[in-house]
Write a protein that binds this ligand. Structure first.
Ligand SMILES: [Zn+2]
Length: 164
């Protein structure tokens, strides 16, 4: 079954990506689609309109209990739909510590109509710790990259293309 809303290929009672039900069309296909169109359009608008991405910021705080506690906070880039073909930078600057593969590892949060999921992201191109500013470059409703630039606003690294 190919989802009528997001084109995802799947088997089962509903699309695992956008949750639109698996609708069987009996009789004339074109007429059936025509009947379903208002429902398809409403679901599409709700689903893609609600899709936001945020960066999970981790910090350690000392609450005087003896051991530092890790806390996280999510800073939102906003709705994917409003960012297509553009790049948006967050105001926060973070200290990035690369791993031995010269990558900075972070986590982003995807917030869709029905659920929140966390996704690990690695940004390549770092040999030393640096103060960076994180951005998102959105290609279309389904794909984006996470970028990092330094204080001189030079882009230092990027993640692989993330396809949803
Ligand atoms: Zn779908």
């Amino acid at each position: 079954m190919r989802c009528l809303v997001c084109n995802n290929e799947y088997t089962g009672a509903e699309c695992p990506f956008c949750k639109f039900p698996n609708v069987q069309i009996n009789g004339d296909y074109d007429e059936g689609i025509k009947q379903l169109m208002p429902m398809i359009n409403t679901h599409r608008q709700n689903f893609f309109g609600s899709f936001t991405v945020g960066l999970v910021l981790l910090r350690r705080i000392n609450d005087n209990s003896g051991s530092p506690q890790a806390t996280s906070q999510t800073v939102s880039f906003g709705q994917i739909k409003t960012l297509i073909n553009s790049t948006k930078w967050l105001d926060q600057q973070i200290v990035a510590y690369p791993n031995s593969d010269h990558q900075i590892e972070m986590s982003i949060e995807l917030d869709r109509l029905y659920e929140k999921t966390n996704l690990p992201v690695a940004i390549r191109g770092f040999s030393n710790p640096d103060i960076v500013n994180i951005g998102i470059q959105v290609t279309d409703e389904y794909s984006f990259k996470i970028l990092a630039r330094n204080m001189n606003q030079t882009i230092k690294g990027e993640s692989d293309l993330i396809r949803l």
